[in-house]
Design a protein around this ligand. Sequence first.
Ligand SMILES: *[C@@H]1O[C@H](CO)[C@@H](O)[C@H](O)[C@H]1NC(C)=O
Ligand SMILES: *[C@@H]1O[C@H](CO)[C@@H](O)[C@H](O)[C@H]1NC(C)=O
Ligand SMILES: *[C@@H]1O[C@H](CO)[C@@H](O)[C@H](O)[C@H]1NC(C)=O
Ligand SMILES: *[C@@H]1O[C@H](CO)[C@@H](O)[C@H](O)[C@H]1NC(C)=O
Ligand SMILES: *[C@@H]1O[C@H](CO)[C@@H](O)[C@H](O)[C@H]1NC(C)=O
Length: 470
Amino acid sequence: MGTPLLFLLAFSFSFFSALSFSPFSPVDNHLINCGSALDAAVDGRRFVSDFHSSNPGTPLQSSALTTALCNGSPRSSSPQIYHTARVFRKPSRYAVEIKDPGTHMVRLHFDPFVSSNFDLREARFHVLVDNYVALSNFTVSDTLVKEYLVWVSQNKLVITIVPTQKGKLGFVNAIEVLSAPKDLIPDTATLVRDGETQKFEGLIKQGLETVHRVNVGGPKVTPFNDSVWRTWIPDDGFFKSSDLSSKVHFSGRINYQVGGASREVCPDFVYNSARVIASKSSSIPEANMTWVFRVTGGHRYLVRLHFCDIASLSLGSLYFNVYINEQLASKDVDLSSIAYELASPYYADFVVDSDNLGAVSVVIGRSNLSMAYAVDGILNGVEIMKMNNSMASFDGKMCRGMALKNWPRGNSGGLITLVVVLCLLLLSVSMLMRRKIVRVKDSFSWTKLPTEVSEVNLKVGIQSSLGGKF
Ligand SMILES: *[C@@H]1O[C@H](CO)[C@@H](O)[C@H](O)[C@H]1NC(C)=O
Ligand SMILES: *[C@@H]1O[C@H](CO)[C@@H](O)[C@H](O)[C@H]1NC(C)=O
Ligand SMILES: *[C@@H]1O[C@H](CO)[C@@H](O)[C@H](O)[C@H]1NC(C)=O
Ligand SMILES: *[C@@H]1O[C@H](CO)[C@@H](O)[C@H](O)[C@H]1NC(C)=O
Ligand SMILES: *[C@@H]1O[C@H](CO)[C@@H](O)[C@H](O)[C@H]1NC(C)=O
């Protein structure tokens, strides 16, 4: 082999690996540190203050009705965004600008601390993400991050926090709204129902909530080590132990390929570990690997399974079947016919209805094509995502209108209406007076007046229409 070729190979190798390692930078990237006058840095990402004085462009609206709260004694290990919260006594909104229409990730951070005036564990509220009910009648007793994937076609996304009734509180510690990687949610999946499979279309426009995200056979992956700042937890709590399976770890390079999973879809840290069933003799083990994930009934779920053959010694030796909720979802899966390479990641999306037991089960078992002295089943990662129900809710049967019913228009709108009327009154009085003065002084300034007036009118008009939504 001539040196030029080697050089070329080495060059293209480093070129492509450099390309694939460039960090993901979302077009829309709104990180909000709620209730803090200061910005906070978490894993090298800057969460911006929602105080109007620190951040004139703050997405927070109606700040007069809210309280900024500071945790007097935060745990030393807790990230800075959990040291403050913003507390709401009335429906309030964060509206962020969207420059890049498409799927967006929304993360809401809750850490219910106790301060001298408030016990945030007592808060009870609803959260709306655009037109979806993300949380209803929600209380939180421990640190919690909620993640949603929503399709945004407008030029803004609005998060509304609604105390359940007068006297109740709502709160949030931090908010993330980011453009999702373009290849994260495709439009099609496989629907598994009534023992049959069929094509599912329109996935991309579905609202999704992340319910479980696990790294099979590996350690916890924190946002710091994930390309899109996700958390993957170990699968031990979901795996029904099987004596015949084992964990494997791979320290080589994961071969991300065009058309397969990208590093943004799922990071190396998930693909480089797995659980496998392998045959060490001339017989193939009659064993399954089973995972059970608790879910709430009444919703459809997207089940994303991540595969990367880091265990086989050669291509073409691994075949297995996939069962979801005890139905054959995919048979004789042959990763090498999909990827043509070992250690090349791939994922498969299935849509299922939750059973009445409130669980989604995933089984990886031998196929009729499985071979002796080879790996006969593998799984690297699982994501379970809840779809919104027909009420556009992720949390119960309450629709958006019902969430706001304890806050009739007049309740929060009343004050604003009064202010608007007063403003208009003052404005017309001053206009009349100025008109008189101007007429006497100088007829030229007449032309300026109408634009000034319409500007003021415009602002008042926007305020009142925002207030009127509640
Ligand atoms: C909210 O939850 C509380 C306590 O679980 C319950 O008493 C109340 O009826 C619920 N409200 C709604 C509107 O579901
Ligand atoms: C990131 O991954 C490396 C390598 O596994 C590990 O040593 C480190 O602790 C991880 N960092 C965080 C913040 O999880
Ligand atoms: C493995 O799981 C499938 C689907 O649930 C089932 O049909 C099969 O009998 C199981 N095999 C064993 C050995 O448990
Ligand atoms: C495997 O082969 C057996 C016997 O031929 C057949 O009954 C069974 O349906 C096959 N299993 C699958 C998943 O195709
Ligand atoms: C989810 O909500 C959207 C409206 O935003 C609706 O079109 C869709 O049908 C809902 N999904 C389900 C499964 O009902």
